[in-house]
Design a protein around this ligand. Structure first.
Ligand SMILES: [Zn+2]
Length: 287
């Protein structure tokens, strides 16, 4: 594992699928200089889970993919599990809103157990739908999210948030929400951040930026913590829907080449932020 500029290279949020490119995408990531992936679970069965067993199978698939990726590529994989918040919308017609909320709650408890057992490093994705929903669904989603923050607090892990784009008020509200629950805001990561979080806002919640070239240029000198991600979906039906898994290493290489302080800057998303938020130190493994 070579990394870039002597540093590990971390994609903070991606998905892989047993029916997609899977380990081949991870090999491409490694060949570009990537060393560590945060692998978020996803629904692999083509339908919304309607019982806890479906979530258990889903998490186990993610765990198996993580192992396969490490064996095939040497890339270190951190597993992130939770019931997808949008599942609530799909489960409500069959289970009722209360039943769908109960399932989310139980699946969040299951995810918390996985973190305790060190089968996962964080809860994710948790949050609320990125599109308008009926008020009763919105309310249930908010209660599920509150529960997710409580579980993260109790097991002592980060919560990786799926939500619409946040404006200054949205960032502040999320920060407040974490504090209300007693979860330190730096343990809450807003994934798929598409605009810079102004450090002057004084918000402790952490952005995980989509690694688009222009955005990386704007945030690269920020003190952190912040992350880079592709949110790679590994869905053969939607090629190019998101950034390719090789993107973060490519951006890192450009930053390292671009300025004498490049390596120092890369240490923020790839080492220090992982330490601050997750309490983990990504290292370049001997292979
Ligand atoms: Zn995702």
């Amino acid at each position: 594992m070579v990394g870039i500029a002597g540093l590990p290279v971390v994609d903070h949020h991606c998905h892989l699928s047993p029916t997609g490119e899977g380990t081949r995408a991870a090999v491409r990531f490694r060949d570009a200089g990537g060393t560590h992936l945060f692998l978020a679970t996803q629904n692999y069965e083509g339908k919304v889970p309607v019982d806890l067993d479906a979530y258990r199978r889903q998490f186990e698939t993610t765990e198996r993919l993580a192992r396969e990726v490490h064996e095939a590529s040497g890339v270190v994989v951190y597993v992130v599990v939770a019931p997808y918040p949008v599942d609530l919308v799909g489960a409500a017609p069959g289970l009722g809103v209360d039943g769908a909320l109960e399932l989310q709650t139980k699946a969040l408890d299951l995810a918390g157990r996985w973190v305790r057992e060190r089968r996962a490093v964080a809860l994710g994705e948790v949050g609320w739908p990125h599109f308008p929903v009926p008020p009763e669904i919105g309310e249930a989603a908010h209660r599920a999210f509150r529960h997710a923050l409580e579980v993260a607090r109790d097991v002592g892990c980060p919560a990786v948030v799926h939500s619409p784009d946040l404006d200054a008020e949205g960032w502040r509200r999320l920060d407040e929400e974490a504090k209300t629950v007693g979860l330190p805001p730096h343990r809450v990561v807003k994934h798929y951040a598409r605009a810079r979080l102004d450090p002057a806002l004084g918000v402790g919640v952490v952005p995980s930026y989509v690694a688009r070239r222009e955005l990386v240029r704007v945030v690269v000198a920020d003190p952190g913590p912040w992350f880079l991600e592709t949110d790679y979906l590994d869905d053969p039906a939607r090629p190019g829907a998101v950034l390719d898994l090789a993107t973060v290493p490519r951006r890192a290489a450009a930053i390292a080449r671009g300025s004498p302080s490049g390596a120092e800057r890369l240490a923020v998303p790839f080492v220090r932020s992982v330490e601050q938020v997750y309490g983990l130190t990504p290292e370049l493994e001997e292979r």
